[in-house]
Write a protein that binds this ligand. Structure first.
Ligand code: MG
Length: 390
């Protein structure tokens, strides 16, 4: 029998984590040999316990200490290693009892454990785009030094990776990231002033976690993805474009120097890019829904309206500025989205606060990891302080 591929999942109870477990089940049903070795969650211990019973991992990590105790009380003689807190997480990442880490925690929290897994020489299937956004250079350098691989799970970047297959880097003219446009694509700026949290969470095509769904509504998600693409594929900002494509069937495209364009198409289902990251460069059968062109009938495209969705501009600015600017951008956005979700600020204020943070906090070039953490803290502080002022 072929050797099993051990998978650790950061964020197993979140949207990416649940889809990843479904993918592993499906691939094993198609004769593959994957096993779940570690599951990591922040605090959803009830779902974690169900996952443990179904997938029988070697161990789990519960980041929230008090929930870890709750989880221990569920156990009934199971042979399971239970770790807790940031420290427990780092121990598991360094321990290396897995071949691939699916990095699906939300936000900045994914950075440290992802770096740890790369230092252990592991392949990282990266769903946590914030890791690349805040510390792209350090991530790439760490991967190089430890001969580790970073493979994208984000559907756009998976599409680009697929388009790159069989091509030399010198043949690439530009990347074209597609964006659904989110739920407010046709809203006027005036209408955007009063949109509610519920409306913003109602994404037309994708079912995802709350933070990324808000990012899709502001188009910040695409801004972050431009930065992610820069670090994954080593192309400058002016060779990475965004096109709005409301049907979300084309997941991204690459234009080559001869004028040819390759695109990757599929239904909007994260299981497909998750599976590709796990089987790359091979493909494995699946029963996931197929594109039915008779039903779709049209694929449409338009330019993103960056006067309406100004966070796209802020993201390009941060990328061009480099250094800690992208960490400031990301942290300010995480804080502002948190405030919006809690009903503390209005939708358009998310972009205002992010711009405010970028304009007020000085960016440092070629930062060390501590300086990135510092920039992250400063930007969060800036945003939370802003709301206390009003
Ligand atoms: Mg995406």
């Amino acid at each position: 029998m072929r050797k099993k591929t051990g998978i650790a999942i950061l964020g197993s109870t979140g949207s990416i984590g649940k889809s990843s477990l479904d993918v592993i089940t499906s691939m094993n049903e198609h004769g593959e040999n994957y096993e779940v070795t570690f599951l990591v969650t922040n605090k959803n211990v009830d779902l974690l316990y169900q996952q443990v019973r179904k997938y029988n991992p070697l161990g789990v990590v519960i980041i929230d200490e008090s929930r870890a105790n709750q989880f221990r009380s569920y156990l009934n003689g199971e042979k399971l290693k239970v770790y807790s807190g940031e420290e427990g997480l780092m121990e598991v990442m360094a321990g290396g009892e897995f071949d691939v880490l699916i990095s699906g925690l939300v936000g900045f929290a994914g950075l440290r454990p992802t770096l740890k897994a790369l230092e252990a020489g592991k392949t990282v299937a990266l769903a946590n785009k914030e890791t690349m956004v805040v510390a792209g250079e350090i991530v790439n350098e760490t991967a190089r030094r430890h001969n580790a691989k970073v493979l994208p799970v984000d559907s756009e970047h998976s599409a680009i990776l697929q388009c790159f297959s069989g091509e030399g880097k010198e043949s690439v003219a530009k990347l074209i990231l597609t964006a659904s446009g989110g739920p407010f694509l046709n809203h006027t700026r005036k209408q955007l002033e009063n949109v509610t949290v519920e409306e913003a969470l109602n994404h037309p095509n994708w079912r995802m976690g709350n933070k990324i769904t808000i990012d899709s509504a502001t188009l910040m998600n695409k801004g972050l993805e431009v930065i992610e693409a820069h670090y994954l594929f080593d192309l400058p900002a002016d060779r990475i474009e965004i096109v709005v494509h409301p049907q979300s069937i084309i997941h991204s495209m690459v234009e080559f120097v001869d004028g040819s364009i390759k695109a990757q198409l599929g239904m909007p289902d994260m299981k497909i890019p998750i599976q590709y990251a796990l089987t790359y460069p091979q493909r494995v059968r699946s029963k996931y829904q197929r594109v039915d062109f008779g039903k779709i009938s049209q694929l449409t495209f338009m330019k993103p309206d960056t006067d309406k969705f100004t966070l796209v501009k802020s993201a390009y600015e941060a990328l061009r500025a480099g250094g800690t600017a992208t960490a400031i951008l990301n942290a300010a956005n995480e804080a502002a989205v948190d405030l919006f979700l809690r009903g503390k600020i209005r939708f358009l204020q998310i972009a205002e606060y992010v711009k405010g943070a970028l304009d007020s906090i000085e960016s440092k070039s070629a930062p060390a990891i501590e300086e990135i953490f510092e920039a992250d803290r400063a930007a969060r502080q800036f945003v939370y302080a802003e709301t206390e002022r009003v």
